[in-house]
Design a protein around this ligand. Structure first.
Ligand SMILES: Nc1ncnc2c1ncn2[C@@H]1O[C@H](COP(=O)(O)OP(=O)(O)OP(=O)(O)O)[C@@H](O)[C@H]1O
Length: 240
């Protein structure tokens, strides 16, 4: 059996009466690309906020690399190897690509900051744009910059929250190649609405609906799952 890098059990996060995350189990195999999908409001962003430490769960446990991290602060999880990029753009629009990457890279106290920045830029294909002011980049390049910042500390798990949002059609292929190149050194948890991207990239898929896991399995299993089709894939049944 594949070894697990992350294991969440019974996670709950309620906002008043709203059960955003309502008893979720999630297991990530080391080195896999795992997609987290579900309709708007299903609880995906809240769930990854619990994993990254931006929010504290009301109940449940999270283990990463064998250790209980449920109550560790976000920066300590980053130090242990959990990197993430969020739906909300986190780049400094007034700073150059180089300076944005330098801010991320310096948290790891590299001996050669400039070299580490260049390497981070190369991983996401932005070497030629290092001097450019980040706010003037195309939207797709801004997303790549965010991923570069998320990768700067060489995380063992990278969480990507809707990374292709706003990509031009021609930018998707390059993004998929980038993600494929991260595994198995990095495990990837991908929140993604573009089902073509999900089906092309994910080795396993977990479907959330109303704060609960509706299904979890291989892409073919998810595609063939009636409950998933009814809740999320618009009711077009496989084989119909
Ligand atoms: N801080 C908060 N306070 C109150 N309600 C919240 C808070 N954060 C999220 N929610 C609610 O929790 C539910 C789950 O939200 P969440 O953003 O996790 O869903 P999501 O699956 O990421 O949705 P989307 O695909 O639209 O990003 C939603 O009904 C949302 O309005």
């Amino acid at each position: 059996m594949a070894s697990m890098i992350l294991q969440a059990e019974g996670l709950k996060r309620h906002f008043g009466g709203l059960k955003a995350v309502d008893g979720v189990d999630l297991a990530l195999n080391a080195g896999e690309i795992h997609a987290l999908i579900g309709p708007n409001g299903a609880g995906k962003t809240t769930l990854v906020s619990l994993l990254s430490g931006r929010q504290v769960p009301d109940a449940g446990t999270i283990r990463f690399d064998g250790a209980d991290i449920t109550r560790l602060p976000a920066h300590e999880r980053v130090r242990r190897g959990i990197g993430y990029t969020f739906q909300i753009t986190a780049i400094y629009a007034g700073l150059s690509v180089f300076d944005n990457l330098a801010l991320a890279v310096q948290r790891g106290h590299p001996r050669d900051l400039s070299g580490a920045v260049t390497e981070a830029a190369a991983r996401v294909g932005l070497e030629a744009l290092l001097p450019q002011i980040a706010g003037t980049l195309s939207y797709g390049h801004q997303r790549l910059l965010e991923i570069g910042m998320g990768l700067a500390l060489h995380p063992r798990l990278l969480i990507l929250d809707e990374p292709t949002q706003g990509f031009a059609a021609g930018e998707i292929e390059g993004f998929m190649a980038l993600v494929r190149g991260l595994v198995p050194a990095t495990t990837v948890l991908l929140i993604e609405h573009n089902m073509d991207v999900v089906m092309a990239l994910a080795e396993r898929i977990t479907v959330l609906d109303q704060g609960r896991v509706l299904a979890s399995g291989l892409p073919a299993e998810i595609r063939a799952n009636r409950a998933v089709q009814d809740a999320y894939l618009g009711g077009s049944h496989a084989g119909d």
